[in-house]
Design a protein around this ligand. Structure first.
Ligand SMILES: [Zn+2]
Length: 87
């Protein structure tokens, strides 16, 4: 991906995904994401950076993005949907 491209992170409020999302944001990507369990202790830095965090995933979310990543817990929740997109 290149700076300016949009990426949607499923499970963004988790400890690992939040850090990766922040790194991608600082690398110039347009990051947003969703999580079934938000806010979390890891979401304030994301919100401070201007990253949009949606509560729960909706199949319409990736339509806004050029790419999508899913944290392991996000994949467990939405894996069937993600499989359909990634194959
Ligand atoms: Zn989503």
């Amino acid at each position: 991906m290149r700076p300016g491209e949009r990426i949607h992170v499923i499970g963004i409020a988790g400890s690992g995904a939040a850090g990766v999302a922040l790194l991608m944001h600082h690398a110039g990507l347009l990051v947003d994401g969703c999580d079934a369990d938000t806010p979390s202790p890891y979401t304030p830095p994301l919100e401070a950076a201007g990253i949009t965090i949606l509560s729960g995933h909706d199949p319409a979310h990736p339509a806004m993005a050029g790419a999508m990543v899913a944290a392991l817990d996000g994949y467990a929740q939405y894996g069937r949907f993600a499989d359909g997109l990634l194959r």
